[in-house]
Design a protein around this ligand. Sequence first.
Ligand SMILES: Cc1cc2nc3c(=O)[nH]c(=O)nc-3n(C[C@H](O)[C@H](O)[C@H](O)COP(=O)(O)OP(=O)(O)OC[C@H]3O[C@@H](n4cnc5c(N)ncnc54)[C@H](O)[C@@H]3O)c2cc1C
Ligand code: FES
Length: 499
Amino acid sequence: MPVLTLALSDIPEGVPHQPGDAPVILIREGREVTALGHLCPHLNLPLKKGVVRDGTLICAFHHACFSARTGRQTQPPGHGDLSRYDATVDGETVTVTLPDDAASHAAPDHATEGVDPTRVVIAGAGAAAEACAHGLREDGFEGAIAMISPEARAPYDRTMLSKAVLTGAKNAADLTLTDAAALAARDIVLIPGRVVVIEPGRVTLEGGGIHAFDHLLVAPGGTPNVPDLPGIDLGGIHTLRDADHATAIAEAAGSARRAVLVGGGFIGMEGALSLAKRGLEVTVILREEVPLARVLGDRVGRAIWAEHEDAGVRFVTGASVEGFDGDGQVEGVRIEGGDAVPADLVILATGVRPATDGIDGLPTERDGGVAVAADLSVPGLDGVHVAGDCARVPTPFGPARIEHWRVAQQHGRAAARAIRGHAPEIDIPFFWTALARQYRYVGHATEWDEIRFDGDPSGPFLARYITDGRVMAALAAGRDADLAALHLEMVAAGGPLPA
Ligand SMILES: Cc1cc2nc3c(=O)[nH]c(=O)nc-3n(C[C@H](O)[C@H](O)[C@H](O)COP(=O)(O)OP(=O)(O)OC[C@H]3O[C@@H](n4cnc5c(N)ncnc54)[C@H](O)[C@@H]3O)c2cc1C
Ligand code: FES
């Protein structure tokens, strides 16, 4: 068994310490040292970049959290407790013993006994659904779990579609998160189908199948908006929400020369960069004057815009698309009052609507979302929870319907906790986007009085979005550890921070 010996004073507090390239991180609290696996179970990235505060280790990449004392995972994304190794402090010397086959994180325990007759049905097999199913098993739930999804695909990492699949670096099949064997091992049944009716104690699928439930989680995600414009049915015009969409775009990109992205939100901006990396001539057409300014502010939006232009992406801003030219196949995108932009590949990145339209029995709001309680339960519908992109949830930043991966996974876990009878936990919304740099955002601010910058957005920076003297959100690029620390401060404060 490999044994490491080092001085206690060589281990700093507040950050995980990896001695050389040993497969371990050491976390020090005074004279106590905990030795844990060094890779994050989400994407196997190094935890030594993370931050430790008040007994929590936060991964700097996508903010998965772990108990710094036990290695147990406490917040998504990803699934798996960190392995814990023997670390002994003797005077000023720390000795760590690693097993020969040290694996950084173990598959979580789960139950497959089937002795509990409770039936959980999950409409969806995406981020929230996956987290709920795992959360239930990790909490010892032994009843039946059925995931129903029209995609008929094991849960996969949707966030990589606009990144690795569009660049051609990965196929959709490479993105599987919980494969058929892992589902079977956890006794989770994946049923192809679309839930169309919810009634007390049962759901009906398109085509007529009925599934009874004691608890239902509705997590159908979003449906891409498709503008009703002349030429919209031409070949070569795509939406980007699921694995089939991304595969079709990646195939088309193999022979296309000129791509147009309609919309300058996160999907449009990520997709544009990925296609530019493949050598296509790429134009983004957007209504706004500055991409992403509404969400991140004008100054950050301009910095991102400049980074995209440096990568060869062209922009037509303040523009409205009025139709698509072509004969069977798209050849150009017409702009109101302007010339057509030539294109043989178009991606409609014009936002999504909660995929609740085709489901009867849900109390939806005007935007298609469903207002839920803090435990994700739907008032008035016994045993029904809604999670992910569709759920308008009370948060420490006010009620919010947030369309991001980690939030959906938190919802899934929260629904699992509620089903198991545990009280809701408070956590803080977080998302990342991979543009020319990795941008990470914590909190939630739809408007602000002021954005306070620490660093210029053209370089490493951290921006605080301030309303009524409170930091409602923060965004950073190149300042991962600082943002992770701020996240944990928000957790400790239970929400916004004093400015
Ligand atoms: C291309 C792309 C890139 C993204 N990148 C990022 C990123 O970098 N960072 C980030 O934070 N977020 C990102 N997101 C957003 C993130 O993926 C979503 O917020 C998250 O997947 C939402 O989770 P969900 O469980 O609500 O829905 P989804 O993950 O979309 O899952 C919905 C599931 O429900 C199924 N379904 C739909 N209708 C029904 C029905 N009637 N009955 C049963 N099942 C149904 C679907 O087939 C699917 O399995 C990205 C999204 C896309 C599309
Ligand atoms: S690699 Fe740790 S949260 Fe993604």
